[in-house]
Design a protein around this ligand. Structure first.
Ligand SMILES: NC(=O)c1ccc[n+]([C@@H]2O[C@H](COP(=O)([O-])OP(=O)(O)OC[C@H]3O[C@@H](n4cnc5c(N)ncnc54)[C@H](O)[C@@H]3O)[C@@H](O)[C@H]2O)c1
Length: 341
């Protein structure tokens, strides 16, 4: 039954749209693990349709989520719903721009990361939406998290001072989790000024995104901070982590954002009249990631109402993906440092 919010459809009904919510461990930490969970509850959105060529996905939308208009053909669903919002949770590809093109009443799109893999696909998409006056938000969901927003707004500097050295790890692909990592770095510590590949990227087989890469690289941020990023093989274990050593403390965000540790300054145990980081005595911060995706939808509703700027805009996402492309370019051109600013 219609609940009177913004008429919304989801295009692509796989893992991030709904499936991840079936993982019992994920559900323990993320009240809102998927778009479906938010759309079920959020009063500003009226979830009326799902489009996916997979019959299994369609069945799921119909039977498990009771979505009224479900099918494999966008135009058929669009005719019945006349969507004002589309959530694009299909992988990157031409279909994303085609989707926007076929929805004349569209006000906003919430699209999954990455916008594209290499090339100009992402720019073309954002450009197209701008010309149509359709707002674009990209699901770099950490930007919706309360604690991370507080860290970005000064909480990080309050705890550890200016960062001196940053170490980062990711896996399962540069454009997949590497994009989250680079976006998170920029959210917490500011824009990237230079990019340098440190090794030859390797192309990955059987990763979530076709034609993705693993790469070791260094970023210099506009404030002079350097970030060293190295990939891990997720066959052994998963991690997307950041370890930030500041002038008067250290903050580590591990276990894919669920383990957050603040290590304050302490008297040096091995030498008089100097200090150390209490690396063996962290203060554990409680993660708030469970509602981050819901918060992104709050922001989306406010953006549509003209009451807020997007926390995770298409332009910001393009900047992040420009950094990823620059890693590949730097490697192809002999590991030179590429300047952005
Ligand atoms: N933000 C995050 O944390 C996060 C997490 C997981 C995945 N993702 C991103 O979400 C996207 C999808 O990933 P996933 O893991 O859900 O993939 P998935 O393979 O589980 O689901 C993709 C779905 O899209 C459907 N699809 C493919 N082409 C389509 C088209 N033209 N129109 C409609 N539906 C189409 C497929 O049938 C499938 O059901 C990727 O870009 C991925 O990087 C983001």
């Amino acid at each position: 039954m219609s609940k009177g919010g913004l008429r919304t459809i989801v295009v692509g009904f796989g893992q991030i749209a709904a499936g991840l919510g079936d993982d019992a461990k994920m559900a323990r930490h993320f009240t809102y693990a998927t778009h479906a969970h938010v759309l079920r509850d959020h009063p500003a959105f009226d979830w009326l349709g799902v489009v996916d060529p997979s019959e299994a996905a369609q069945r799921r939308a119909r039977d498990d989520w009771k979505v009224p208009h479900v099918g494999g053909d966008l135009s058929a669903v669009a005719d019945r719903v006349r969507p004002e919002v589309v959530v694009i949770a299909a992988p990157p590809g031409r279909a994303r721009a085609d989707t926007v093109q076929q929805l004349p009443d569209l006000k906003a799109v919430l699209v999954e990361k990455p916008l594209g893999i290499g090339g100009r696909e992402g720019e073309a998409f954002v450009d197209f939406c701008r010309k149509r006056d359709v707002k674009v938000m990209v699901n770099y969901w950490r930007r919706g998290d309360d604690l991370y927003r507080q860290l970005a707004a000064g909480g990080l500097a309050d705890r550890i001072g200016k960062p001196q050295a940053v170490f980062a790890t990711y896996g399962n692909g540069l454009f997949n989790n590497g994009s989250h990592l680079v976006d998170f770095v920029q959210m917490l510590m500011g824009e990237v000024a230079t990019v340098q590949a440190l090794d030859q990227p390797t192309q990955l087989a059987n990763t979530p995104l076709a034609e993705d890469w693993q790469a070791t690289f260094a970023l210099t941020l506009a404030n002079g901070v350097m970030v060293m990023a190295q990939p891990l093989d997720f066959h052994f274990y998963r991690e997307v982590g950041l370890d930030i050593w500041g002038e008067h403390g250290r903050l580590a965000l591990y276990q894919e954002s669920l383990g957050i540790f603040h290590y304050p300054l302490a008297d040096n145990r091995g030498l008089e009249s100097t200090m150390e980081i209490a690396s063996d005595r962290p203060k554990v911060l409680k993660p708030t990631v469970g509602r981050a995706l819901y918060n992104i939808y709050d922001n989306l509703a406010d953006v549509i109402a003209g009451k807020a700027e997007p926390w995770t805009s298409g332009e910001q996402a393009l900047m992040t993906e420009k950094v990823l492309n620059a890693v590949l370019t730097s490697a192809a051109e002999g590991y030179g440092r590429l300047h952005f600013q």
